[in-house]
Design a protein around this ligand. Structure first.
Ligand code: HEC
Ligand code: HEC
Length: 243
């Protein structure tokens, strides 16, 4: 399935979800449609050499904090700090922009992202996308792993939740640029995102797909699926984006 077909498919699934009030979702004036944003950033990232940003990631500079100091030397994350290794470059760049404009509320990351230039965001995005590192995650929220597996693979139509794999890929390694990998993600982070969409701290996600899903999942379901996803093998390094 190509990306357009996948987004259309995903949108169709999402229409079954509870309708939510539309939020103003603006990233950059030159990125008008959030659904296309990850692809647009990926195309821009093709012009940037990630090697030029490795030092910034590892050591930071006077203005920018070292990414590795929080996200780990191998981009593996810890606790509520996410794994970045193996996420797509377009998705990472989209998130850095979302923090910078306040579509995602997190004080540390807003402080970091506001200081980054567009080229730095794109270079760091490619640096982490190309990183292959083993899983450093495991269940830690006391979630019901069997229920989590059920949600990931089949969803639960009684509460209008489609299978996570239908959008995030059959190994939860992500699909193209827009649908992020969830496999081997730190469970406290995954859980925090599902909670953030429920309480409005995270407003981004194309056509509010994740807001609808997060509202439908109970707290126990959020724990269950977050813990299950943490048991999966880590995603491989992502291919460099094309021009
Ligand atoms: C002080 C600790 C800290 C530093 C330094 C830091 N981060 Fe983060 N980062 C976090 C935390 C905590 C989150 C989760 C925030 C949330 O829940 O939205 C996060 C989230 C992210 C995300 C979102 C990932 C996703 O899966 O959506 C990206 C991308 C990211 N950071 C990139 C970076 C980059 C690049 C740098 C270096 C320029 C950096 N971070 C420096 C703590 C940090
Ligand atoms: C209809 C398509 C669709 C389905 C089904 C779906 N997702 Fe998502 N999900 C998305 C999209 C698109 C994004 C990217 C949001 C963005 O761009 O900020 C996303 C992002 C996420 C993120 C943020 C990842 C990160 O690194 O920050 C989490 C966590 C997540 N989804 C969990 C789930 C879980 C758990 C399920 C199953 C219960 C699920 N998703 C089902 C489309 C979907």
């Amino acid at each position: 399935m190509n990306l357009r077909a996948h987004v259309l498919f995903a949108t169709t699934l999402a229409l079954g979800l509870t309708a939510l009030p539309a939020a103003a979702q603006k990233l950059h004036p030159d990125v008008p449609d959030e659904g296309e944003a990850a692809e647009i950033y990926a195309a821009r990232a093709a012009d940037v050499d990630p090697a030029d940003y490795a030092r910034l990631a590892r050591e930071g500079d006077g203005e920018v904090w070292s990414c590795a100091s929080c996200h780990g030397a191998k981009g593996e994350g810890n606790g509520n700090i996410p794994r970045l290794a193996g996420l797509s470059a377009g998705y990472i760049a989209k998130q850095l922009n979302a923090y910078a404009v306040g579509l995602r509320i997190n004080h540390n990351m807003q402080y970091v992202a506001e200081k980054l230039s567009q080229d730095e965001m794109l270079g760091l995005a490619r640096y982490y996308a190309a990183m292959e590192s083993p899983s450093a995650a495991g269940p830690e929220l006391g979630g019901d792993l069997e229920r989590g597996r059920e949600l990931a693979i089949h969803g639960d139509w009684d509460i209008d939740v489609p299978a996570c794999y239908s959008c995030h890929g059959s190994s939860a390694w992500g699909v193209e640029q827009a649908f992020p990998s969830l496999a081997a993600q730190q469970p406290a982070y995954t859980y925090a995102q599902l909670a953030a969409w429920t309480d409005g701290r995270r407003q981004n996600s194309p056509v509010q797909l994740m807001q609808g899903i997060s509202h439908a999942l109970s707290d126990a379901d959020k724990r269950a699926v977050s813990d299950y996803l943490a048991t999966l093998p880590a995603p491989p390094a992502q291919e460099a984006p094309d021009d």
